[in-house]
Structures are given as C-alpha cells and as structure tokens.
Design a binder for this molecule. Structure first.
Ligand SMILES: [Mg+2]
Length: 265
C-alpha cells in the first residue's frame, strides 16, 4: 500500500497518542492460512491420495467447516475446544471423511494428528514481522490477542519464537471468551492501565480485531494482505473488503513494515 507524504503524516499524527500495542497472531504476524492450506493438501495426499485428489478432499473439508464451525461454540464442543484443538479437529476430519462414505475413527484421528503436525511445521512469520516486533518492543509494551485453543496458540507462539516480545497474553482458550467479545478488550485495557486512545490494535480481521477495538475507543491498524483468504472460503473469494459505512480503522496497511515508521517518535 503506497502512501503519499501527507497521508503518512496524518496517520503518524493520529497514532501519536499510542502507548501500548496489541497484535493479533494468525495472519497478522504469521501466515496461518498459507500453512493450513499446504498442510491440508499434504495430509490428504499422504493418507487418501491413492483414492481421492487432495483438492477434492480439501473441498470436502471446507464444506464440512461451513457446517461444523458454528457448532464449535456450542456447549458440547466449546469447553473442549478452549483447552485443546484436538477434539474439534478430529471431529472435523470424521465429518469430512463421512462425506466420501468412510466411517473410520482411527483414520479421522490420524488425519487430525497429521494435519496438526504438517501445519505446525509450515507455520512461519511474515518476512517483516520479526524486525517490526524487535523495534516496537524497545519502545512500547506489547500484547498478543488471539483466538483459538490454549494449547495451539501457546504452541504457535513458542514455535515462532516470539513469546518473549509480549508482556500481555489474551488467548481465547485461557480467557474463556474470544474476540470480538468486548470483554476481551476491556480486560486487555485494564492489563496495560491506559486510556482507550492510548492503545493500538493491529489485526487482519475487520470483524474480530478491528471493529471491536474501534468500538472500545482504541486506535486501529487493519492489515489487509492479498493472501488473507481462508481454506474454507469458496473458490474465487477475495480478502475482506473495507466497510462502506460505520466505524472506520485509523489506518489500513498491506504489510507490517511501515508500522515502525508510523510509531517512531
Ligand atoms: Mg488473525
């Protein structure tokens, strides 16, 4: 995203009150969707490649996601999901292979474990994330605010080697509630002990990260990357579009790198 000097100066001015920064993790700091897509492909190729193309299996997985994802928040699954990603990941695989006529608990468990391993081994920071965190960490208290099971989110932070940059951790699995619930933002605000307009949220999801932060009175940087399309999206889906009306982010960036310059004082 190219800025004119005037736009840059205006955004720099609007961010001048910032004293602490919260980052979303997946697809803000690390390329989760890319790792997930490649891992699903590898998983289905390894275990069902002799009978079905990986692309067909990923489509079955995506169809299953659209039906199963809303149930993850149900009383049956949510308490399990908060602690560990394993039960719902396995159930997702069980339902996926049921679509090709297989009732096979053992295979569902194997697919789930392989997918977790393959995804983790591919998970990587965006090329500008480490430099951005290294610099900003010297000038601001940093926090991470991420949805997902406690075990998976901690595993990601540890594998990416970035946990030591953060003083505050708001992980859905540990808090018991996730973004966009205003509760998470209230607790995060208390943790840093600052006024709302002194806190900056940086995230890739308008609905989960940006809109609730704007409503909390925080400053916001919405990261919109071309790669930001989940594997569950229907073919041809484009990254989330800016809203035509309603609350607007303080700024929109296509990468993390300009943040350092925008927050330099
Ligand atoms: Mg995200």
């Amino acid at each position: 995203m190219e800025f004119s000097g005037a736009e840059l100066a205006q955004l720099w001015g609007e961010l001048s009150s910032v004293k602490a920064i919260y980052f979303d993790l997946d697809d803000t700091l690390c390329a989760y969707w890319n790792a997930s897509k490649a891992a699903l492909h590898a998983t289905f190729d390894q275990h069902l490649g002799d009978r079905h193309t990986p692309a067909d299996m990923v489509n079955h997985w995506a169809e299953t996601y659209r039906e199963f994802a809303p149930l993850i928040k149900s009383d049956e699954w949510y308490p399990l999901y908060l602690v560990s990603g394993d039960p719902t990941r396995k159930e997702h695989m069980r339902r996926t292979i049921a679509r090709i006529g297989l009732q096979d608990e053992a295979l569902a468990a194997t697919l789930s474990a392989t997918y977790r391993f393959e995804r983790n081994s591919r998970l990587a920071l965006f090329s500008d994330a480490l430099a951005t965190l290294t610099t900003l960490h010297r000038h601001f208290p940093l926090g991470v605010m991420t949805n997902g099971p406690a075990d998976i989110q901690r595993e990601e932070l540890s594998q990416l080697g970035i946990a030591s940059f953060f003083s505050h951790f708001f992980i859905e699995g540990e808090v018991g509630v996730g973004k966009p619930d205003p509760h998470v933002f209230q607790q995060a605000e208390l943790a840093v002990g600052l006024a709302p307009d002194e806190i900056l949220m940086v995230g890739n999801s308008f609905g989960h990260d940006i809109r609730p932060a704007i409503l909390a009175g925080w400053k916001t940087i919405w990261l919109r990357r071309d790669s930001d399309v989940p594997p569950s999206a229907r073919p041809g889906t484009l990254p989330e579009m800016p809203p035509a009306d309603g609350p607007q982010p303080t700024g929109i960036l296509g990468e993390l790198a300009p943040l350092t310059q925008l927050l330099a004082r």
